[in-house]
Design a protein around this ligand. Sequence first.
Ligand SMILES: CC(C)(COP(=O)(O)OP(=O)(O)OC[C@H]1O[C@@H](n2cnc3c(N)ncnc32)[C@H](O)[C@@H]1OP(=O)(O)O)[C@@H](O)C(=O)NCCC(=O)NCCS
Length: 186
Amino acid sequence: MNHIGTMELSTERLLLRKIRIEDDRDMFEQWASDPQVTKYLTWGAHRSIEDTRQIIALWLKDQDEPHVYRWVIELKSIGKVIGTIDLVSVDTRHRCGVFGYCLSAQYWNQGIASEALKVMLTYLFVEAGFHRIEASHLIENPASGKVMLKCGMKLEGNKRKKFLGHDGEFHDLLVYGLLEEEFLID
Ligand SMILES: CC(C)(COP(=O)(O)OP(=O)(O)OC[C@H]1O[C@@H](n2cnc3c(N)ncnc32)[C@H](O)[C@@H]1OP(=O)(O)O)[C@@H](O)C(=O)NCCC(=O)NCCS
């Protein structure tokens, strides 16, 4: 493993970078306050910009650490952040990372998450030396699985009733993975 942390990544439309204090309003307005965005996530929509500022303060504390991989997604054409993509867990011993992502609903279905995931996977496999990257989504959230499949990930199984949703019900979680050798061959 070669932990190199959150370096800037650029694609045609996107700049993936560390968060800044001054991103607070865009983060709050674009995605963090929207229950439509957080419907299938572990956290609930922020009620005030203070909630968002607290999260940003937490992120600022560790985002320069070499084992932290956490980007905001800036849309170059507007110069604003519209979402995040990050490793929510890193297992150095097994060179494995688990990611999550979320995006302002205004920009869904334009290939943005796929563009961000592709560049992040390249970075994690090629530069940081990860062996396996995985993620999961609620069965009711197929758009997320579509992004993973489009980026070459494989559906590995269904963890039945694994996830307690905001609705108080347990939901099935579909698990996807991608290995370094599969990614590098493609
Ligand atoms: C999941 C999410 C990140 C996808 O972002 P995105 O930028 O819209 O993704 P993309 O445009 O790259 O791809 C979405 C794909 O899902 C498809 N899709 C959208 N809604 C769908 C649905 N209800 N059923 C099946 N496919 C669907 C789109 O058609 C597109 O596929 P295509 O390119 O083959 O047409 C975004 O919807 C989001 O932020 N959701 C809220 C947070 C979230 O759920 N995060 C994931 C947690 S696991």
